[in-house]
Design a protein around this ligand. Sequence first.
Ligand SMILES: [Zn+2]
Length: 460
Amino acid sequence: MSLVIRNVELEGCPGLHVRIEAGRIAAIGMEVAPGAAELDGRGGALIPGLVDHHIHLLALAARAASLDLSEVRDAGDFAGRIAAACAARPAGSWVRALGWHEALSGDVDRAALDRLAPHHPLRVQHQTGALWVLNSAALDALGAGHDPPGLDRAAGRLWRGDAWLRERLPNDPPPLAPIGARLAACGITAVTDASVTTDATAADLLAEAHRAGDLPQRLRLMSGGPLEAPGDGAFAVGPVKILLDDHALPGLDEMVAGIAGARAQHRAVAVHCVTAAELALTLAAFHTAGAAPGDRIEHGGVVPADAIAQLRELGLVVVTQPAFVSERGDRYLAEVETADLPDLYRCASLLNAGVPVAGSSDAPYASPDPWAGIAAAVRRRTAAGASLGLGEAVGPDAALGLYLDDPAAPGRRRRRIEPGVPADLCLLDAPLAEVLAAPSAERVAATLVAGRLVFSRTPV
Ligand SMILES: [Zn+2]
Protein backbone atom coordinates (compact mmCIF):
# COMPACT_ATOMS: atom_id res chain seq x y z
CA MET A 1 0.00 0.00 0.00
CA SER A 2 1.55 3.25 -1.13
CA LEU A 3 0.65 6.78 -0.11
CA VAL A 4 1.81 10.01 -1.71
CA ILE A 5 1.70 13.29 0.17
CA ARG A 6 1.56 16.04 -2.46
CA ASN A 7 2.83 19.61 -2.30
CA VAL A 8 4.62 19.97 1.02
CA GLU A 9 7.44 22.16 2.27
CA LEU A 10 10.31 19.98 3.43
CA GLU A 11 13.39 21.46 5.13
CA GLY A 12 12.60 24.82 3.55
CA CYS A 13 11.92 23.51 0.01
CA PRO A 14 8.33 24.05 -1.18
CA GLY A 15 6.45 22.02 -3.77
CA LEU A 16 7.81 18.58 -2.91
CA HIS A 17 5.99 15.27 -3.01
CA VAL A 18 6.73 12.38 -0.66
CA ARG A 19 6.03 8.77 -1.50
CA ILE A 20 5.52 6.25 1.30
CA GLU A 21 5.71 2.49 0.84
CA ALA A 22 5.42 -0.23 3.47
CA GLY A 23 5.47 2.33 6.27
CA ARG A 24 8.69 4.04 5.15
CA ILE A 25 9.70 7.02 3.06
CA ALA A 26 10.33 5.64 -0.43
CA ALA A 27 10.97 8.79 -2.46
CA ILE A 28 11.01 12.58 -2.21
CA GLY A 29 10.99 14.87 -5.24
CA MET A 30 9.33 17.38 -7.52
CA GLU A 31 7.83 14.38 -9.31
CA VAL A 32 6.94 11.02 -7.78
CA ALA A 33 4.78 8.21 -9.13
CA PRO A 34 1.10 8.30 -8.08
CA GLY A 35 0.21 6.43 -4.92
CA ALA A 36 -2.67 4.07 -4.18
CA ALA A 37 -3.81 6.87 -1.86
CA GLU A 38 -2.93 10.55 -1.97
CA LEU A 39 -2.97 13.32 0.61
CA ASP A 40 -2.87 16.99 -0.39
CA GLY A 41 -0.33 18.84 1.75
CA ARG A 42 -1.54 22.27 0.47
CA GLY A 43 1.92 23.73 0.81
CA GLY A 44 2.23 23.02 4.52
CA ALA A 45 5.46 21.90 6.14
CA LEU A 46 6.08 18.19 6.55
CA ILE A 47 8.24 17.49 9.61
CA PRO A 48 9.18 14.35 11.52
CA GLY A 49 6.49 13.36 14.01
CA LEU A 50 7.06 14.92 17.41
CA VAL A 51 8.37 12.93 20.36
CA ASP A 52 7.44 13.50 24.00
CA HIS A 53 10.54 12.24 25.79
CA HIS A 54 8.98 12.15 29.27
CA ILE A 55 5.28 11.51 29.84
CA HIS A 56 3.11 9.41 32.17
CA LEU A 57 0.41 7.82 30.02
CA LEU A 58 -1.66 6.01 32.64
CA ALA A 59 -1.61 9.01 34.96
CA LEU A 60 -2.64 11.23 32.05
CA ALA A 61 -5.52 8.89 31.24
CA ALA A 62 -6.54 8.83 34.91
CA ARG A 63 -6.55 12.60 35.02
CA ALA A 64 -8.92 12.77 32.08
CA ALA A 65 -11.39 10.68 34.13
CA SER A 66 -10.96 12.62 37.38
CA LEU A 67 -11.88 15.76 39.26
CA ASP A 68 -9.33 18.44 38.38
CA LEU A 69 -8.18 20.53 41.35
CA SER A 70 -5.38 22.38 39.57
CA GLU A 71 -7.42 25.59 39.27
CA VAL A 72 -8.67 25.66 42.87
CA ARG A 73 -8.56 29.21 44.29
CA ASP A 74 -8.70 28.57 48.06
CA ALA A 75 -9.75 26.10 50.75
CA GLY A 76 -13.45 26.95 50.37
CA ASP A 77 -13.32 26.36 46.62
CA PHE A 78 -11.50 23.05 47.24
CA ALA A 79 -14.25 21.91 49.65
CA GLY A 80 -16.98 22.99 47.23
CA ARG A 81 -15.51 21.06 44.31
CA ILE A 82 -15.09 17.87 46.35
CA ALA A 83 -18.64 18.13 47.67
CA ALA A 84 -20.02 18.68 44.16
CA ALA A 85 -18.10 15.68 42.79
CA CYS A 86 -19.49 13.50 45.61
CA ALA A 87 -23.03 14.77 45.08
CA ALA A 88 -22.79 13.79 41.41
CA ARG A 89 -21.92 10.16 42.22
CA PRO A 90 -23.82 7.46 44.10
CA ALA A 91 -22.66 6.91 47.69
CA GLY A 92 -19.89 4.32 47.91
CA SER A 93 -18.42 5.04 44.45
CA TRP A 94 -14.86 6.26 44.12
CA VAL A 95 -13.99 9.91 43.71
CA ARG A 96 -10.51 10.57 42.34
CA ALA A 97 -9.27 14.16 42.52
CA LEU A 98 -5.99 15.31 41.02
CA GLY A 99 -3.82 18.41 41.07
CA TRP A 100 -4.21 19.42 44.72
CA HIS A 101 -1.60 21.84 46.08
CA GLU A 102 -1.49 23.00 49.71
CA ALA A 103 -0.40 26.52 48.73
CA LEU A 104 -3.91 27.22 47.44
CA SER A 105 -6.17 24.58 48.98
CA GLY A 106 -4.56 24.35 52.41
CA ASP A 107 -3.18 21.17 53.90
CA VAL A 108 -5.53 18.19 54.02
CA ASP A 109 -5.44 14.86 55.80
CA ARG A 110 -7.69 11.86 56.33
CA ALA A 111 -9.88 13.59 58.92
CA ALA A 112 -10.35 16.68 56.74
CA LEU A 113 -11.35 14.53 53.74
CA ASP A 114 -13.76 12.53 55.96
CA ARG A 115 -15.60 15.75 56.74
CA LEU A 116 -15.84 16.67 53.05
CA ALA A 117 -16.69 13.19 51.77
CA PRO A 118 -18.27 11.06 54.49
CA HIS A 119 -20.01 8.64 52.10
CA HIS A 120 -17.55 8.20 49.21
CA PRO A 121 -14.11 6.63 49.03
CA LEU A 122 -12.02 9.67 48.08
CA ARG A 123 -8.43 9.95 46.99
CA VAL A 124 -6.75 13.27 46.36
CA GLN A 125 -3.44 13.43 44.52
CA HIS A 126 -0.83 16.12 45.11
CA GLN A 127 0.12 18.16 42.06
CA THR A 128 3.57 16.51 42.00
CA GLY A 129 1.97 13.07 41.67
CA ALA A 130 4.09 11.79 44.56
CA LEU A 131 1.43 11.82 47.27
CA TRP A 132 -2.15 10.63 47.66
CA VAL A 133 -4.34 11.64 50.60
CA LEU A 134 -7.11 9.13 51.34
CA ASN A 135 -10.23 9.39 53.45
CA SER A 136 -11.41 6.62 55.79
CA ALA A 137 -13.85 5.14 53.25
CA ALA A 138 -10.99 4.90 50.73
CA LEU A 139 -8.70 3.17 53.23
CA ASP A 140 -11.54 0.75 54.09
CA ALA A 141 -12.18 0.03 50.41
CA LEU A 142 -8.48 -0.64 49.79
CA GLY A 143 -8.41 -3.16 52.64
CA ALA A 144 -5.92 -3.80 55.41
CA GLY A 145 -2.62 -5.65 55.41
CA HIS A 146 0.44 -5.58 53.16
CA ASP A 147 0.71 -1.85 53.61
CA PRO A 148 3.44 -0.28 51.47
CA PRO A 149 6.19 1.65 53.28
CA GLY A 150 4.84 4.99 52.05
CA LEU A 151 1.42 4.58 53.71
CA ASP A 152 0.55 6.47 56.91
CA ARG A 153 -2.97 5.24 57.71
CA ALA A 154 -3.58 7.69 60.57
CA ALA A 155 -2.91 10.71 58.37
CA GLY A 156 -4.35 9.03 55.27
CA ARG A 157 -1.14 9.78 53.38
CA LEU A 158 0.31 7.48 50.72
CA TRP A 159 3.69 8.39 49.22
CA ARG A 160 4.67 6.91 45.88
CA GLY A 161 1.89 4.35 46.13
CA ASP A 162 0.55 4.12 42.58
CA ALA A 163 1.54 0.49 42.02
CA TRP A 164 -0.12 -0.53 45.30
CA LEU A 165 -3.29 1.37 44.39
CA ARG A 166 -3.37 -0.26 40.96
CA GLU A 167 -2.98 -3.68 42.54
CA ARG A 168 -5.87 -2.96 44.93
CA LEU A 169 -8.10 -1.43 42.27
CA PRO A 170 -7.67 -3.85 39.36
CA ASN A 171 -10.98 -2.95 37.68
CA ASP A 172 -10.07 0.67 37.36
CA PRO A 173 -7.87 1.07 34.25
CA PRO A 174 -8.52 4.47 32.68
CA PRO A 175 -9.34 4.61 28.96
CA LEU A 176 -6.26 5.26 26.81
CA ALA A 177 -7.89 5.96 23.43
CA PRO A 178 -8.68 9.61 24.25
CA ILE A 179 -5.03 10.09 25.22
CA GLY A 180 -3.72 8.52 22.02
CA ALA A 181 -6.07 10.71 19.98
CA ARG A 182 -5.09 13.86 21.85
CA LEU A 183 -1.37 13.21 21.34
CA ALA A 184 -1.92 12.39 17.66
CA ALA A 185 -3.76 15.68 17.22
CA CYS A 186 -0.59 17.40 18.47
CA GLY A 187 1.53 15.63 15.85
CA ILE A 188 3.12 13.24 18.37
CA THR A 189 4.21 9.91 16.90
CA ALA A 190 6.36 8.54 19.75
CA VAL A 191 6.51 8.86 23.52
CA THR A 192 8.76 7.72 26.32
CA ASP A 193 6.78 6.86 29.43
CA ALA A 194 8.93 7.80 32.41
CA SER A 195 6.88 6.16 35.17
CA VAL A 196 8.98 4.38 37.80
CA THR A 197 5.85 2.40 38.70
CA THR A 198 5.57 0.66 35.33
CA ASP A 199 5.56 -3.09 35.97
CA ALA A 200 4.55 -6.01 33.74
CA THR A 201 0.84 -5.31 34.36
CA ALA A 202 1.03 -1.62 33.47
CA ALA A 203 3.25 -2.39 30.48
CA ASP A 204 0.67 -4.96 29.27
CA LEU A 205 -2.10 -2.37 29.47
CA LEU A 206 -0.08 0.04 27.33
CA ALA A 207 1.01 -2.66 24.88
CA GLU A 208 -2.59 -3.82 24.42
CA ALA A 209 -3.71 -0.21 23.82
CA HIS A 210 -0.97 0.14 21.21
CA ARG A 211 -1.92 -3.09 19.45
CA ALA A 212 -5.58 -2.06 19.42
CA GLY A 213 -4.69 1.30 17.88
CA ASP A 214 -5.91 3.22 20.94
CA LEU A 215 -2.35 4.45 21.49
CA PRO A 216 -0.97 4.67 17.95
CA GLN A 217 2.31 6.27 19.06
CA ARG A 218 5.52 4.25 19.28
CA LEU A 219 6.10 3.47 22.94
CA ARG A 220 9.28 3.35 24.98
CA LEU A 221 8.79 2.50 28.63
CA MET A 222 11.01 3.21 31.60
CA SER A 223 10.50 1.23 34.79
CA GLY A 224 11.91 1.01 38.27
CA GLY A 225 12.47 -2.76 38.09
CA PRO A 226 13.19 -5.25 35.32
CA LEU A 227 11.01 -5.04 32.23
CA GLU A 228 10.95 -7.25 29.18
CA ALA A 229 10.10 -6.04 25.68
CA PRO A 230 7.30 -7.98 23.96
CA GLY A 231 8.19 -10.02 20.88
CA ASP A 232 5.96 -7.94 18.60
CA GLY A 233 7.66 -4.65 19.49
CA ALA A 234 4.51 -3.10 20.98
CA PHE A 235 6.90 -1.18 23.20
CA ALA A 236 10.65 -0.78 23.58
CA VAL A 237 12.31 -0.89 26.97
CA GLY A 238 13.85 2.42 28.02
CA PRO A 239 16.19 3.36 30.86
CA VAL A 240 15.76 2.29 34.47
CA LYS A 241 14.10 5.17 36.29
CA ILE A 242 15.52 6.25 39.62
CA LEU A 243 13.15 8.47 41.54
CA LEU A 244 14.53 10.76 44.22
CA ASP A 245 12.55 12.44 46.97
CA ASP A 246 14.31 15.51 48.28
CA HIS A 247 13.10 14.88 51.84
CA ALA A 248 14.50 11.33 51.90
CA LEU A 249 17.52 11.14 49.61
CA PRO A 250 19.26 7.76 49.41
CA GLY A 251 22.94 7.41 50.28
CA LEU A 252 25.60 7.52 47.58
CA ASP A 253 26.17 3.76 47.90
CA GLU A 254 22.50 3.06 47.26
CA MET A 255 22.55 5.29 44.17
CA VAL A 256 25.67 3.60 42.85
CA ALA A 257 24.06 0.20 43.43
CA GLY A 258 20.97 1.40 41.55
CA ILE A 259 23.09 2.35 38.55
CA ALA A 260 24.89 -1.02 38.71
CA GLY A 261 21.50 -2.74 38.77
CA ALA A 262 20.52 -0.98 35.56
CA ARG A 263 23.79 -1.98 33.90
CA ALA A 264 23.14 -5.61 34.85
CA GLN A 265 19.93 -5.29 32.77
CA HIS A 266 21.92 -3.65 29.93
CA ARG A 267 19.90 -0.49 30.41
CA ALA A 268 20.69 3.19 30.75
CA VAL A 269 19.62 5.18 33.82
CA ALA A 270 17.23 8.13 34.06
CA VAL A 271 17.33 10.00 37.36
CA HIS A 272 14.60 12.35 38.54
CA CYS A 273 16.43 15.56 39.54
CA VAL A 274 14.30 18.55 40.40
CA THR A 275 16.39 20.14 43.15
CA ALA A 276 20.07 21.09 43.39
CA ALA A 277 20.58 18.48 46.13
CA GLU A 278 19.13 15.72 43.94
CA LEU A 279 21.37 16.75 41.06
CA ALA A 280 24.49 16.91 43.26
CA LEU A 281 23.87 13.39 44.56
CA THR A 282 23.18 12.10 41.05
CA LEU A 283 26.35 13.63 39.60
CA ALA A 284 28.39 12.15 42.46
CA ALA A 285 26.84 8.75 41.79
CA PHE A 286 27.60 8.90 38.06
CA HIS A 287 31.17 10.01 38.84
CA THR A 288 31.57 6.89 40.99
CA ALA A 289 29.61 4.36 38.92
CA GLY A 290 30.46 5.80 35.50
CA ALA A 291 27.95 7.18 33.02
CA ALA A 292 26.88 5.33 29.87
CA PRO A 293 25.32 6.49 26.60
CA GLY A 294 21.61 7.08 27.11
CA ASP A 295 21.88 8.11 30.77
CA ARG A 296 19.53 10.99 31.48
CA ILE A 297 18.70 13.69 33.96
CA GLU A 298 14.92 14.06 34.13
CA HIS A 299 13.69 17.66 34.62
CA GLY A 300 16.92 19.40 35.60
CA GLY A 301 14.64 21.70 37.62
CA VAL A 302 17.59 23.43 39.29
CA VAL A 303 21.00 23.20 37.61
CA PRO A 304 23.62 25.33 39.39
CA ALA A 305 26.15 26.87 37.00
CA ASP A 306 29.00 24.70 38.27
CA ALA A 307 27.06 21.52 37.47
CA ILE A 308 26.92 22.28 33.73
CA ALA A 309 30.52 21.25 33.00
CA GLN A 310 30.00 18.02 34.96
CA LEU A 311 26.90 17.19 32.93
CA ARG A 312 28.88 17.63 29.72
CA GLU A 313 31.86 15.68 31.02
CA LEU A 314 29.62 12.76 32.00
CA GLY A 315 27.75 12.93 28.69
CA LEU A 316 24.35 13.15 30.39
CA VAL A 317 21.29 14.41 28.52
CA VAL A 318 18.88 16.75 30.31
CA VAL A 319 15.23 15.99 29.52
CA THR A 320 13.49 19.25 30.31
CA GLN A 321 9.88 20.49 30.41
CA PRO A 322 9.80 23.97 28.89
CA ALA A 323 6.10 24.43 29.67
CA PHE A 324 6.79 24.40 33.43
CA VAL A 325 8.06 27.96 32.90
CA SER A 326 4.69 29.06 31.54
CA GLU A 327 2.49 26.85 33.71
CA ARG A 328 4.31 27.07 37.06
CA GLY A 329 6.56 30.08 36.57
CA ASP A 330 4.52 32.49 38.66
CA ARG A 331 4.74 30.16 41.64
CA TYR A 332 8.48 29.70 41.09
CA LEU A 333 8.91 33.49 41.10
CA ALA A 334 7.01 33.71 44.39
CA GLU A 335 8.65 30.74 46.15
CA VAL A 336 12.15 30.17 44.77
CA GLU A 337 15.11 32.08 46.23
CA THR A 338 16.08 34.93 43.92
CA ALA A 339 19.65 33.65 43.73
CA ASP A 340 18.39 30.28 42.42
CA LEU A 341 16.07 31.69 39.73
CA PRO A 342 18.75 31.66 36.96
CA ASP A 343 19.23 27.92 37.60
CA LEU A 344 15.58 27.01 36.91
CA TYR A 345 14.81 24.82 33.91
CA ARG A 346 17.88 25.84 31.95
CA CYS A 347 17.93 25.27 28.22
CA ALA A 348 20.13 27.65 26.16
CA SER A 349 23.03 27.60 28.63
CA LEU A 350 23.07 23.78 28.54
CA LEU A 351 22.96 23.61 24.74
CA ASN A 352 25.65 26.29 24.44
CA ALA A 353 27.87 24.32 26.81
CA GLY A 354 27.46 21.16 24.74
CA VAL A 355 25.02 19.40 27.07
CA PRO A 356 22.35 17.60 25.01
CA VAL A 357 18.79 18.64 25.87
CA ALA A 358 15.49 17.00 24.90
CA GLY A 359 11.94 18.28 25.33
CA SER A 360 8.99 16.71 27.07
CA SER A 361 5.76 17.50 28.88
CA ASP A 362 5.79 15.40 32.07
CA ALA A 363 2.04 15.24 31.41
CA PRO A 364 -0.24 15.05 33.34
CA TYR A 365 1.82 17.34 35.56
CA ALA A 366 1.80 19.88 32.71
CA SER A 367 -0.08 20.06 29.42
CA PRO A 368 0.81 17.26 26.96
CA ASP A 369 0.82 19.79 24.09
CA PRO A 370 4.41 19.99 22.73
CA TRP A 371 3.58 23.22 20.87
CA ALA A 372 2.95 24.88 24.25
CA GLY A 373 6.41 23.61 25.24
CA ILE A 374 7.95 25.00 22.04
CA ALA A 375 6.34 28.39 22.63
CA ALA A 376 7.50 28.40 26.26
CA ALA A 377 11.08 27.47 25.33
CA VAL A 378 11.18 30.47 22.99
CA ARG A 379 9.33 33.01 25.15
CA ARG A 380 10.30 32.02 28.72
CA ARG A 381 7.20 33.81 30.03
CA THR A 382 4.95 32.85 32.91
CA ALA A 383 1.16 32.66 32.62
CA ALA A 384 0.95 36.15 34.17
CA GLY A 385 3.43 37.47 31.61
CA ALA A 386 6.57 37.79 33.75
CA SER A 387 9.83 36.67 32.19
CA LEU A 388 11.72 33.79 33.80
CA GLY A 389 15.28 33.06 32.74
CA LEU A 390 15.17 35.00 29.46
CA GLY A 391 18.81 34.05 28.90
CA GLU A 392 17.67 30.42 28.66
CA ALA A 393 15.38 31.14 25.70
CA VAL A 394 16.19 29.31 22.47
CA GLY A 395 15.21 30.06 18.89
CA PRO A 396 12.08 28.48 17.37
CA ASP A 397 13.97 25.88 15.34
CA ALA A 398 16.00 24.75 18.35
CA ALA A 399 12.79 24.64 20.42
CA LEU A 400 11.11 22.42 17.83
CA GLY A 401 14.27 20.32 17.67
CA LEU A 402 13.86 19.42 21.36
CA TYR A 403 10.91 17.27 20.24
CA LEU A 404 12.34 15.74 17.05
CA ASP A 405 15.04 13.40 18.34
CA ASP A 406 15.04 9.64 18.05
CA PRO A 407 13.43 8.41 21.31
CA ALA A 408 16.40 6.07 21.72
CA ALA A 409 18.84 9.01 21.62
CA PRO A 410 17.15 12.10 23.09
CA GLY A 411 19.18 15.27 22.65
CA ARG A 412 21.54 13.56 20.22
CA ARG A 413 19.92 12.32 17.06
CA ARG A 414 17.55 14.72 15.32
CA ARG A 415 15.39 12.76 12.90
CA ARG A 416 15.07 13.83 9.27
CA ILE A 417 12.64 12.91 6.55
CA GLU A 418 14.71 10.98 4.01
CA PRO A 419 14.30 7.79 1.97
CA GLY A 420 14.37 4.66 4.11
CA VAL A 421 13.26 6.12 7.44
CA PRO A 422 9.92 5.18 9.03
CA ALA A 423 7.11 7.45 7.84
CA ASP A 424 6.36 8.96 11.26
CA LEU A 425 5.25 12.39 10.13
CA CYS A 426 3.53 15.58 11.14
CA LEU A 427 1.94 17.67 8.40
CA LEU A 428 1.38 21.34 9.26
CA ASP A 429 -1.17 23.65 7.63
CA ALA A 430 1.41 26.28 6.60
CA PRO A 431 5.15 26.65 5.95
CA LEU A 432 7.26 25.99 9.02
CA ALA A 433 8.39 29.58 9.60
CA GLU A 434 4.78 30.71 9.72
CA VAL A 435 3.80 28.00 12.21
CA LEU A 436 6.81 28.64 14.44
CA ALA A 437 5.98 32.35 14.57
CA ALA A 438 2.96 31.38 16.70
CA PRO A 439 3.34 27.72 17.70
CA SER A 440 0.04 25.93 18.25
CA ALA A 441 -1.28 22.39 17.97
CA GLU A 442 -4.09 23.90 15.89
CA ARG A 443 -1.61 24.08 13.01
CA VAL A 444 -1.25 20.28 12.85
CA ALA A 445 -3.14 19.14 9.75
CA ALA A 446 -2.33 15.42 9.85
CA THR A 447 -0.23 12.88 11.72
CA LEU A 448 1.09 9.57 10.40
CA VAL A 449 2.74 6.69 12.22
CA ALA A 450 4.52 4.18 9.97
CA GLY A 451 2.72 5.71 7.00
CA ARG A 452 -0.72 5.25 8.54
CA LEU A 453 -2.91 8.29 9.08
CA VAL A 454 -3.67 8.50 12.83
CA PHE A 455 -4.99 12.07 12.81
CA SER A 456 -6.41 14.37 10.20
CA ARG A 457 -7.97 17.76 10.93
CA THR A 458 -10.10 17.57 7.79
CA PRO A 459 -11.77 14.36 6.54
CA VAL A 460 -9.77 12.59 3.82
ZN1 LIG B 1 7.68 12.64 35.35
